[in-house]
Each structure stands twice: as C-alpha cells, then as structure tokens.
Design a protein around this ligand. Structure first.
Ligand SMILES: N[C@H](CCC[C@H](N)C(=O)O)C(=O)O
Length: 258
C-alpha cells in the first residue's frame, strides 16, 4: 500500500500528518506507526497524526506518540493539524475539532501563527520542588538553574521511570525564568522517551506553573525549536481560557510504500 504523508513541525516538534478522511489507514496498526516515526528506518517524527472526519466538528485529530501508542493531547501537534486542515481546505482560518482530551477551538492569523484553546486545568499539585498538572497530557515541572547545561535526558528519564510514574509515564519539563522571553523550557517526552525540541502541552503546563513564581499572562517561552506564547486566567484551583500560540509549518510531502 502507498501512503501519502505530509510532514509538519511546530517549534521543532515534528509530525507525520495523514489525511485519513476516507479511513484508508489502519488506526490500530501501532507497529506500522512506530516504524514510520523511526528516524533511520522510517520517515522520522516525534509523533503521527491522522486527520479524520467527525460529525459535529470540522475534523478529528488522532494522535500517536513516536513509539506507536495512542497518545493523549498534543499541543504542537494540534496546532500543526489546524494548519494541515487549512492546507486540505477542510477549514479556513477557524477550527473546531475533537482531540483525545475533548473539544478544541483554534484560529490562524495572517502571520500563520496558530492559537489553540486548551482545556481548563482544574487542579495543580504543588510539591516541595515540583508542580504536577494535566494540560491534556500529564506534566511534571521543575525549575532549575543553568538549563542550557542541564542533562534533560538523564534527569527526565529518572523522573519518568520512578516508582510513581513508571506505569503510566509522565512528560518532564525543566524550566528557568529569565528576562526575555520570560521562560526557557526543555522537555523529556513520554512516548518519544527522549528530549524533543518543544512540547506544546509541556510549555503550557510550565507557563501555568511559572505563574506561581511571578510570571504573568501572556507568558513568552523559548524552546530549543523556537518561541511560543501561553495566555491564561487563574481560577480558584486552576486555570481557564488557556491558549497556546505559535507557528505551525508545513515542511514537505511524500509517499511511502508499507
Ligand atoms: N509533543 C506533545 C506532547 C505529546 C504528549 C505525549 N508525549 C504524552 O503525554 O504521551 C505536545 O506538543 O503537547
């Protein structure tokens, strides 16, 4: 079978996008998805996304981590799927779509920046040296010094595989407050099991955590793959009106025989 795919990236978090409106691609073939995401034997990506029809929505986003397993919400992938839906003429500059964590609204501005509304965060666990919250995916957030030199892979892996998290996994974000942009974030991603250049739900979680350390909305964030913004309002126990804003870019298209 020939599979036509589109490669997209959002601040360096890269995805294989497949137009599956006709359901030609077997969404349960996790081994094939892992193979396509593999960087030496396949196309190479941090994740794979199927764009599908869904009644009552412009489209549905079906997201898989690079290991082939169905993921939870992916913020950069969500922004890329919105841009992909526009390339396919499924939407113009506004979208209402379904993802793993529920409904999402998004808009694309004239600069190509995609603003994605994230689900409300109802609670934030605050530990002695960490925050733990769910922004569509689970995120552990720790503030550190000298983040440029920090071993994100080794330290992130230790937390992701500790007794608390090893069964379900968690994404692990390390962050540093700085003058401009306000925040620098690096993320070890579950399901990729490595540091990625950027993680949208992770940047969102870290911006919310940073508000307890004095950061104010909108928070500007630097990742290894570019800059993002997160806007939000605090509630009694969490946050509402959360937006993840940044670029989402088409890279190339191709066909692979599987
Ligand atoms: N890169 C994604 C996160 C994927 C979440 C996934 N790694 C998981 O929780 O299993 C993002 O931009 O939000």
């Amino acid at each position: 079978m020939n599979v036509t795919f589109y490669k997209y990236q959002g601040t360096g978090n890269d995805f294989i996008m497949i137009d599956n409106r006709e359901l030609f691609f077997d969404a349960d073939n996790y081994a094939l998805i892992a193979k396509l995401c593999e960087r030496r034997m396949g196309i190479g990506a941090d994740g794979l996304i199927l764009l599908q029809n869904r009644e009552g929505y412009d489209f549905e986003m079906v997201y898989y981590n690079a290991d082939g397993r169905p993921g939870s919400m992916c913020g950069n992938g969500g922004r890329c799927t919105v841009q992909f839906a526009r390339q396919l003429n499924v939407i113009q500059e506004k979208a209402f779509f379904l993802a793993a964590d529920g409904d999402h609204y998004a808009t694309i501005d004239s600069q190509g920046q995609v603003s994605l509304k994230m689900n409300d965060v109802v609670q934030v666990e605050t530990g002695t040296d960490y925050y733990f919250l769910n922004t569509g995916s689970p995120h552990y957030v720790q503030f550190v010094d000298a983040l440029d030199q920090f071993n994100v892979f080794a330290e992130g892996k230790l937390i992701r595989y500790n007794d608390r998290f090893k069964a379900e996994g968690t994404n692990v974000n390390f962050a540093q407050l700085q003058p401009e942009p306000q925040l620098f974030v690096r993320t070890y991603e579950r399901g990729v099991e490595d540091e990625t250049f950027s993680c949208g739900t992770g940047v969102t979680a870290t911006a919310l955590a940073a508000s307890y350390q004095g950061a104010t909305s909108p928070v500007s964030i630097r990742t290894l793959g570019g800059n993002l913004q997160v806007a939000f309002e605090a509630t009694a126990t969490g946050f509402t009106n959360i937006y993840l804003i940044g670029p989402a870019q088409y890279v190339f298209t191709g066909t692979i025989t599987v």
